[in-house]
Structures are given as structure tokens and as C-alpha cells.
Ligand binder design. Structure first.
Ligand code: ADP
Ligand code: MG
Length: 546
């Protein structure tokens, strides 16, 4: 140990810095602002946000993670809150709005304690104690949900959290069926790899045309009308090189002086394509999927051989096809052997709206399923896609854990009551913080009521009195505008989603409360920020994590 010498931080003159109470205050304000911005989207009666970017493209969404991802957030603390939504989205797929709203409320409640002179360490301690209680009770209050009927309710709750107007029941059924198809049972426990469910969308038609396909859908048509439109017992070749003759980089000129020679030249070209197609034929493939282009002449020969071919298939689709059919993606046609081919019962071109798509069904790997979303416009199908992705994740989680909690703010109201009685036992200054934690939990039922146009104060009083009477599953019925039993109404949230949301919200709130100094730091090159949030706090423009 050095002789008690403190490191001295010497800042350049003019460095931007905020310290102590000021730093805390402005951090809390920024976090609250983010939470306030998205709290109106919470629940079935939540409103949507329209995000318009600098070139006028719009995204209309009610999904917390999506809204925050699209928002151009600048404040460092606000970005930390956005990270919570992202983390929630990546790990459990739902509960993003709840996590952010809760984080904002933890900070809001902390702010009033700070104003009363309670030190932030006391607050974070109290919050931690309260959280330990919450974790204990969450397990106890969870309800077993094993059958498809319960899974349906989980799916419907996740879908209605977004929008009450979709054909939720039908979509929920598709989601449950899809999850059941890909679930794997090992010694009585299920594991679900949700990435086996491919979600595709095509605007046009109505939401009720959305369908589940036992296989994959590729948004491509066959390249030549003379090719068969259906291939049974498909043997599929996946090729990531072009069936084209490479154009030279420099402009090349072929000069033909003798008119009879032009045939030789064309024959030569035609011969090359013939050879290419011959190689495909030799492998015994009757379907060819190319990630690159296929020349007109090659198309012609493929059609002649009765081979179904599509071109410019997306790389991600090629990978999914490989996984689903057991095919190997080959780069060189010479490597195309029968062993490299994938298998499916049928490859078929179907007309969907105005477009033609390729359906690959009955794949060698039965765990490959797709949901093809239909809806009137691009914005509608995109929002359904986001909702479906949430629903798939929560149903998958519930299939794995078989544990759910009453939704509609019921669990938060019950936990608030439990935490309050715990606060009395703790006493001291921490008691204030634990009580603040309980108040913060109530932001969920309060916001659900507010968003449904109900009186938040009266509703909360009613809700509390039901819970004191022992009606522990009572929550906000946003459709009937009253409080009633959420389990009876079939409003189920998965246990894991709530656990994750509570913990994520608390972690970020605690982290923000511990900061008492915000200093403009030196620009780091290469984007490395030691100790910074993983993924870079500035990386908001990134791709969705799935
Ligand atoms: P999040 O991003 O947090 O999932 P949502 O907008 O999906 O936000 O809203 C989720 C909240 O809405 C949960 O508390 C859930 O219990 C509640 N909820 C969903 N459906 C209903 C319903 N039919 N009645 C009452 N509450 C509901
Ligand atoms: Mg939700």
C-alpha cells in the first residue's frame, strides 16, 4: 500500500464537469425523461410512437425496445436506460417498456429521498434489500403453466401488450403451434431454440391470412417460367457462386472478323453454361438455390433439365436452408456431390399477394418452421413482426420454465404490499428507501390504468384494498376499466421476463445513483471505452439483436 496518497486528478481548464448533487439531479432527469417518453406505450391501451428519421422514413411502434432503438438519444445517462431495454430484449424478448418505466420510477422515488437528505448509499442499500424480498416472493407467487392453453394466454398477453386490435387469438395459436414444433424434450424438460422459427412478412392481404409453414419460405421466385413449379422429393443444391461468366474488370473487346466465327464464340459461351448445369444435374439435384446470379442461358438449360432454380437468395436464408435441409453450401460447382445436397418433401412456388415465393416444406430437419405474416401495409406487417417475435420468445420461455405470473400490474401490486410490510421490519433510514421501492413498483399498474383512461389514484386504491383482502392476482382490467383477477382473465406474464425486468431496472437505477461526478473524458480512439457499457453506449444505430 502506498503511504495513503490519493491520486490527484488534474483536469484541463474548461473541461466539462458536473459534480455532486448537480450531477445526480441531471442524470436522474435524463433517465426520467426517457421513461416518460415511452410510458404511454405500456399495455394493451398504450399509444404508439411514430419515429421519423432525417430522410423521412417512418417507424410506427409500440415496442419499447424498438422505440428506444430508433430514438436519437444523446444524453449519456439516457443511453444507459436504453441499454436496459436492449438487454431485456436480447435476453427475454419482452418486458422492455416495463423495465424502462420501472428504472425511471426507481430514480424518481430516489430523487425525493435525496431531496430529503437521505444519502444515495442508503437508498441503494434499501433498494437491494427490497429486491432480495421481491426475488423470494416472485418464485412463491408464480403459477405453473404447462399446457397449450396456458401458453396461448402467455402469447395473447404478449401480443395484446402491443396492440389490442390484431387478430390476437389466431396469432397466438400460430405461435404456440410453432413453439411446440421446435421444442425439444430432454428428460422431461423442454428446451426451445426460438431462432428455429423464421418470421417472414409480405404486405398485402389481411392479418388473418398469416400462416404457419412447416418449413421455410424464401422470398424468391423460380428464375424461369418453364421450370417446374412444384418439385416433390426435392434434392436441394445450395451454391454461393454465380452461374454466370465473370465480366472482366477491364473493358475487354472481342473482335470477330469472320461472320461465321460469331457462332463459335456463342457456342463457347453456351458450352460453359451447359457444363455448369451438367454438374448440377450430375449431383442429382432437382432444386438449385444460388446466393449469386444465374445467367439467362444457364436458366434456360436448368429449365430444360427440369431443375427448379432461384437466384440471389439472402445469405441468412442460405444458412437457414442449410440447417433445415441438411445441405452443404458449396462455392465451387465441382464440389457439388449428392452428399452435399439437402432434402425436403417439397419445393413449391406459391403466389402470395402479387409476388411469388418459394416454399420449402417437409425439411430433413423438422425443427425448421416459419410464420408468414400478412397485413395491409408495410407498417402493419412490421409491427406484427415485432409483436410475434416477442410472443415467440415468451412462449418459448414459458415452455421451458412452465412458470407465469399474473399480469396487468397484479404482481407489482402484490409485491408492493409485501415489500411495505418488510420495510416496517427493517426500520431506520433504509425503511424509507424500501418504502420508496414499493411505491416504484406501483408505477406499472398505475401506468396501465392511466393509459386505459382510468383514474390512476382511485384505481390504485381499489387495487391495494383487493390485495389487502388477499386477492393476490387482482390487476388492472384495461378492457373493462376495472380491477379484477388477472389469472381468471388469462393475462399471464412469464416469471423469467419479470425477474429480468426488475433486476435490469434496479441495476441501472443503482448505477446511476452511484454517480456523483460527470466529467467530459478524452476522446478514445477506436471506440474503446474502458469500463464502459458493452456494445458501446453510442451504438444505438445498430442492427436488431436477432
Ligand atoms: P413491455 O414492453 O413491458 O412488455 P407492453 O406494452 O407489452 O410492455 O405491456 C406489458 C404490460 O401489459 C404487462 O404488465 C402486461 O401484464 C400488461 N398487459 C398485457 N395484456 C393485458 C391485458 N389484457 N390486460 C391488462 N394488462 C395487460
Ligand atoms: Mg410486451
Amino acid at each position: 500500500m502506498l503511504s495513503g496518497q490519493m491520486p490527484i486528478l488534474i483536469l484541463k481548464e474548461g473541461t466539462q464537469r458536473e459534480q455532486g448533487k448537480n450531477a445526480q439531479k441531471s442524470n436522474i432527469e435524463a433517465a426520467k425523461a426517457i421513461a416518460d417518453a415511452i410510458r404511454t406505450t405500456l399495455g394493451p391501451k398504450g399509444m404508439d410512437k411514430m419515429l421519423v428519421d432525417s430522410i423521412g422514413d417512418i417507424v410506427i411502434s409500440n415496442d419499447g425496445a424498438t422505440v428506444l432503438k430508433e430514438m436519437d438519444v444523446d444524453h449519456p445517462t439516457a443511453k444507459m436506460i436504453v441499454e436496459v431495454a436492449k438487454a431485456q430484449d436480447v435476453s427475454v424478448g419482452d418486458g422492455t417498456t416495463s423495465a424502462v418505466v420501472l428504472a425511471g420510477e426507481f430514480l424518481k422515488q430516489a430523487e425525493s429521498l435525496l431531496d430529503q437528505g437521505v444519502h444515495s448509499t442508503v437508498i441503494t442499500n434499501g433498494y437491494r434489500l427490497a429486491m432480495n424480498e421481491v426475488k423470494k416472493y416472485l418464485e412463491q407467487l408464480a403459477i405453473s403453466a404447462k399446457d397449450d392453453k396456458s401458453l396461448m394466454k402467455v402469447a395473447e398477453t404478449a401480443l395484446s401488450g402491443k396492440n389490442a386490435d390484431f387478430s390476437n387469438e389466431m396469432l397466438a395459436e400460430l405461435v404456440v403451434k410453432a413453439v411446440d414444433l421446435v421444442a425439444e424434450e430432454r428428460s422431461g424438460k423442454f428446451t426451445v431454440d426460438a431462432s428455429n422459427i423464421k418470421v417472414d412478412k409480405k404486405n398485402g392481404g389481411s392479418t388473418s391470412d398469416t400462416q404457419l409453414i412447416n418449413g421455410l419460405v424464401i422470398d424468391k421466385e423460380r428464375v424461369h417460367p418453364k421450370m417446374p413449379s412444384v418439385v416433390k422429393n426435392a434434392k436441394i443444391a445450395l451454391v454461393d457462386s454465380a452461374l454466370e461468366i465473370k465480366k472482366t474488370e477491364i473493358e475487354a473487346k472481342v473482335q470477330i472478323t469472320d461472320p461465321s466465327r460469331i457462332h463459335d464464340f456463342l457456342d463457347q459461351e453456351s458450352e460453359t453454361f451447359k457444363e455448369m448445369v451438367e454438374k448440377v444435374k450430375k449431383s442429382k439435384a432437382n432444386v438449385l438455390m444460388s446466393q449469386k446470379g444465374i445467367d439467362d442461358l444457364a436458366q434456360h438449360y436448368l429449365a430444360k433439365e427440369g431443375i427448379y432454380a432461384v437466384r440471389r437468395v439472402k445469405k441468412s436464408d442460405m444458412e437457414k436452408l442449410a440447417k433445415a435441409t441438411g445441405a452443404k453450401i458449396v462455392t465451387n460447382l465441382d464440389d457439388l456431390t449428392e452428399k452435399a445436397l439437402g432434402k425436403a418433401d417439397q419445393v413449391e412456388e406459391r403466389k402470395i399477394g402479387d409476388d411469388r415465393m418459394t416454399f420449402v416444406t417437409g425439411c430433413a430437419n423438422p425443427k425448421a418452421v416459419s410464420i408468414l405474416i400478412r397485413g395491409s401495409t408495410e407498417h402493419v406487417v412490421s409491427e406484427i413482426e415485432r409483436s410475434l417475435n416477442d410472443a415467440i420468445r415468451v412462449v418459448a420461455i414459458t415452455k421451458e420454465d412452465s412458470k407465469v405470473l399474473p399480469g396487468g400490474g397484479a404482481i407489482e401490486a402484490e409485491l408492493a404490499m409485501k415489500v411495505r410490510s418488510f420495510a416496517n421490519k427493517v426500520g431506520g433510514r433504509e425503511q424509507l428507501a424500501i418504502e420508496a421501492f414499493a411505491r416504484a413498483l406501483e408505477v406499472i399498474p398505475r401506468t396501465l390504468a392511466e393509459n386505459a383512461g382510468m383514474d390512476p389514484i382511485n384505481t390504485l386504491i381499489q387495487l391495494k384494498s383487493e390485495h389487502e383482502k388477499g386477492n393476490k392476482n387482482y390487476g388492472i382490467d384495461v378492457l373493462e376499466n376495472k380491477v379484477s383477477d388477472s389469472i381468471k382473465r388469462g393475462v399471464y406474464d412469464p416469471l423469467r421476463v419479470k425477474q429480468h425486468a426488475f433486476e435490469g431496472a434496479l441495476e441501472v437505477a443503482t448505477m446511476i445513483l452511484r454517480i456523483d461526478d460527470v466529467i467530459a473524458s478524452k476522446k478514445t480512439s477506436g471506440g474503446e471505452s474502458p469500463g464502459g457499457a458493452p456494445g458501446g453506449m453510442g451504438g444505438m444505430g445498430g442492427m436488431p439483436p436477432y
